[in-house]
Structure formats: structure tokens, C-alpha cells
Design a protein around this ligand. Structure first.
Ligand SMILES: [Cu+2]
Length: 160
């Protein structure tokens, strides 16, 4: 009886492996399709604003092309799914947006990059309310300056 169970378990494992293999291939095909049909959003980052060229996109694959025009500071682009108004997001002690808080979900981000550069990120976005923001904090004349507090955020909508 024990032997029989083992054999059965082996078959289950093999079947499972085959399934994983085919779903990986399917996923890759889906990814390629998504890349081809991604909605492009060009986002300008500057002191102190996040300025996308559209405030609403259809759900699905979305490519953010973020350009940092400074003039001085590196910036980043964080894509947050939340129903909380953009100006009222939970913050940490240093003034930064709290990425771990209740009611917010960080979907993806372009890490900080320098003035004059453009960085891209493609995400699968479900319908809902989002905030695009820069969450850098730096010391400025001895005080902590959170880019979120300085106004580097914008509300963004993904429609069904
Ligand atoms: Cu910034």
C-alpha cells in the first residue's frame, strides 16, 4: 500500500512539473503580447511636481517613461494603488510616504535617477485609483526634505 501511494505521488509530481512548464510558456507569450500593446505614459519629474501626459489609462499593461528635468535633484517614480486622496497619504516620521501603511499598495517603482535621464517601467495595472509620487527624502540645510511633502505626487486613474 505504501509503495502504491509513493508511485501515485510521483505521477502527481511529474504532472505538476509538466503543468508548470506549459504555464511558463503561456506566460511568456502573454508578456510579449502585453509589451506590444502597452499604453505609454510619459511622466515629467521636477522640483516639485509629478506631471504625466495623461491622468487616466485603460487597465492592462502600462509603460511609464519617466524623465527627470530637475533642475537639481535625483527623483524616483513610485506607483501606488490606493483609495486615499494623494495629499493625505500616510507618512513616516521623516515626512516620506509610508509604503508599508494600511490601505496603500506599491505596485512598482523606478528607483532614483539623475537629472537629464529617462527611465522606463512596465506594469500590469488593475482598474482603480492610483498615486504617482516621488518618495525621496534628503537633508537640505540641516532639515529633512521629503519630496512627497514638497508636492511630488499626482492622482492617476486606471479605468476598466
Ligand atoms: Cu523627488
Amino acid at each position: 500500500m505504501v509503495k502504491r501511494k509513493l508511485a501515485f505521488a510521483m505521477v502527481a509530481v511529474l504532472a505538476g512539473t509538466a503543468l508548470v512548464g506549459s504555464s511558463v510558456v503561456a506566460q511568456e507569450a502573454e508578456d510579449e503580447e502585453a509589451m506590444a500593446s502597452a499604453t505609454e505614459v510619459n511622466v515629467t519629474l521636477q522640483e516639485w511636481a509629478v506631471l504625466p501626459d495623461t491622468l487616466s489609462v485603460p487597465a492592462g499593461s502600462v509603460t511609464f517613461n519617466a524623465t527627470n528635468i530637475g533642475p537639481m535633484d535625483p527623483h524616483e517614480l513610485v506607483v501606488v494603488k490606493t483609495d486615499i486622496p494623494a495629499a493625505e497619504l500616510p507618512t513616516r516620521e521623516d515626512g516620506a510616504f509610508d509604503e508599508e501603511a494600511e490601505g496603500v499598495e506599491v505596485i512598482g517603482e523606478i528607483e532614483e535617477f539623475d537629472v537629464g535621464l529617462t527611465e522606463s517601467l512596465t506594469l500590469e495595472l488593475a482598474p482603480g485609483s492610483y498615486v504617482l509620487l516621488c518618495n525621496l527624502v534628503e537633508e537640505e540645510d540641516g532639515a529633512m526634505e521629503a519630496h512627497y511633502q514638497m508636492g511630488m505626487w499626482v492622482e492617476f486613474e486606471v479605468t476598466a
